[in-house]
Ligand binder design. Structure first.
Ligand code: FES
Ligand code: ZN
Length: 292
């Protein structure tokens, strides 16, 4: 049912599922992402990657719940939430839901405008903050996200194009836990985007196919296309680009990264770790709710 050229392999449905499981198992093991008794919280968007990740972790026997953040991006958000809820209900899994508008008084489109941020930046900031908080409040050890090989290679490509050395220092498939932060892991980094779509088809997972309308024109989409062109001519380039970076170059950028993290304060408003008095999320909430 699918060919994976970088592995020089064709799979039937059954063996493809086994292949995906094996890739995730190896990734978790290699990067020491999750210990057997730990509790995992998957950040679920309703798209293919996060639902496939949740399914894979549950199949591999992990103690795993999902968390869904209602962003208030019109129909896109309504539908995404339905996919996430239906997936959880159909499999007897627990989904924690957070509503940005009800709980913090703003949604991504209006909040971003009021705070003069681009929507994806307000959204990303809210997700990082609220997933951390949900994990700590719920007693989870690890937050897992559905970033796949294409996502990570595209981000790496963008960071290399501009030599964003700070971001290169942070681009790892696992970020260790520290005071105020749970561990964060990306168990799908060995699997490509089209493989996750195929996985969902084989496993009968219904997901939100539409991309977020706010992300149109996003730079990363262009980087993905560029990498796909290279990959088509030379299968395996994308995986080599990313994994050889982790292997041979990442350590050159993260010297000193930990020191800067040790110097964090507690946000005066919410207690989250922050380099300044009030954390970026609390500032966003304030601007998003007072300037209207
Ligand atoms: Fe966050 Fe689109 S999902 S801006
Ligand atoms: Zn705060």
């Amino acid at each position: 049912m699918i060919d994976v050229r970088r592995h020089n392999a064709n799979f039937c449905g059954e063996h493809f599922v086994a292949h995906c499981e094996e890739q995730v198992r190896r990734t978790i093991h290699q990067f020491r992402m999750i210990a057997p008794a730990e509790r995992v919280l998957v950040a679920v968007s309703g798209g293919k990657d996060s639902l496939a990740l949740w399914d894979l972790l549950a199949r591999l026997g992990y103690d795993v719940d999902g968390v869904y953040l209602r962003l208030g991006i019109g129909e896109y958000s309504d539908e995404s939430g339905d996919y996430a809820r239906r997936f959880a209900a159909g499999r007897g899994l627990k989904l924690v839901e957070i509503d940005l508008r009800d709980e913090y008084g703003f949604d991504v489109p209006t909040g971003a405008k009021a705070a003069k941020r681009v929507p994806c930046s307000a959204c990303g900031l809210s997700k990082r903050h609220l997933f951390n908080r949900a994990a700590l409040d719920g007693g989870y050890d690890v937050v897992a996200t559905g970033h796949n090989l294409d996502d990570e290679a595209a981000v790496l490509f963008g960071n290399v194009l501009r030599w964003n050395v700070d971001y290169l220092a942070r681009q790892a498939p696992v970020l260790p836990e520290r005071a105020g932060f749970p561990r964060k892991v990306k168990p799908l980094v060995r699997l490509a985007e089209r493989e996750m779509a195929a996985y969902c088809v084989v496993r009968g997972i219904d997901y939100q196919v539409e991309e977020c309308p706010m992300a149109a024109g996003n730079r990363h989409l262009g980087y993905k296309e560029a990498l796909n062109t290279i990959e088509a001519q030379s299968p395996g380039s994308k995986a080599a680009f990313y994994f050889e970076f982790l292997d041979k170059a990442a350590h050159r950028f993260n010297a000193g990264f930990g020191d800067e993290q040790d110097a964090l304060l507690s946000c005066a408003s919410c207690g989250a770790p922050t380099p300044v008095e009030i954390c970026a999320f609390c500032k966003l909430v304030e601007r998003a709710t007072t300037t209207r």
